[in-house]
Design a protein around this ligand. Structure first.
Ligand code: PLP
Length: 222
């Protein structure tokens, strides 16, 4: 597994403006450094404990993304340094992130996660639930969170048409929310979609940020 080569094979084919989040969950620091030495700076993790450890041990110019759904009582550990939290799907979680942002005197960028897959196990809002969050008085008073866009995961299937339709659905949700709530804001611009098996389709459907793990680092053994 040549991690540096894998990074370059992906980044050279991404259109201008589409960012790569290298998903390094379960992988050791040495693998992350290989990607780092190939020029990669954005890494994604989904366990708070692993993430804080890696943050402490690895170069400080790495931009760390939390790609899952952080447990409420653990947000405080990542709040000082996290660049983007991809998996926000409730007002309750936003409230906690806002509180921790306040304590750290920073604005924490978040993506709203949408449920676009047919599997019932994947987290996420539907558009009406997102409107309810964005319309709430509580949300309007959050000074320490910034909604930077949307995130979603397609169904795990070989059916490309289905995957494409699900990504298209997320793109449409993004456009609707942009028009309804963020038309004057430059800060709402990310569409985080696409993983190892489906990121080329996601890019065709308007992704601005792909989250790729096994295609870079090899299969994970848990
Ligand atoms: C693990 C994970 C990825 C990367 O998955 P691969 O299939 O290995 O590319 C992307 N997004 C999320 C939310 C993940 O949990």
């Amino acid at each position: 597994m040549d991690i540096g080569k894998n990074i370059l094979a992906i980044t050279t084919n991404l259109p201008e403006g589409v960012k790569l989040v290298a998903v390094s969950k379960t992988k050791p620091n040495e693998d992350i450094l290989e990607a780092y030495n190939a020029g990669q700076r954005i890494f994604g993790e989904n366990k708070v404990q692993d993430l804080t450890k890696k943050y402490e041990e690895l170069p400080k110019d790495i931009e760390w993304h939390f790609i899952g759904h952080p447990q409420s009582n653990k947000v405080k550990y990542i709040a000082p340094f996290i660049s983007l939290i991809h998996g926000v799907d409730s007002l309750k979680l936003l409230k906690i992130i806002n509180k921790e942002g306040q304590k750290n005197e920073r604005k924490i960028k978040c993506l709203l996660q949408f449920h676009i897959a047919e599997e019932s196990t994947k987290f996420g809002l539907d558009i009406q639930e997102a409107r309810d969050v964005l319309d709430s008085e509580e949300f309007k008073n959050f000074a320490n969170v910034e909604i930077a866009g949307v995130m979603g995961m397609a169904t795990y299937t070989d059916d490309e048409t289905q995957i494409r339709n699900e990504f298209r659905m997320l793109y449409n949700i993004f456009t609707q929310l942009k028009n309804e709530y963020f038309s004057a804001a430059d800060s709402f611009y990310e569409i985080s979609m696409g993983m190892s098996d489906d990121y080329p389709i996601a890019v065709e459907e308007g992704s601005t940020m792909v989250r790729v793990g096994s295609k870079i680092f090899g299969a994970r053994n848990y």
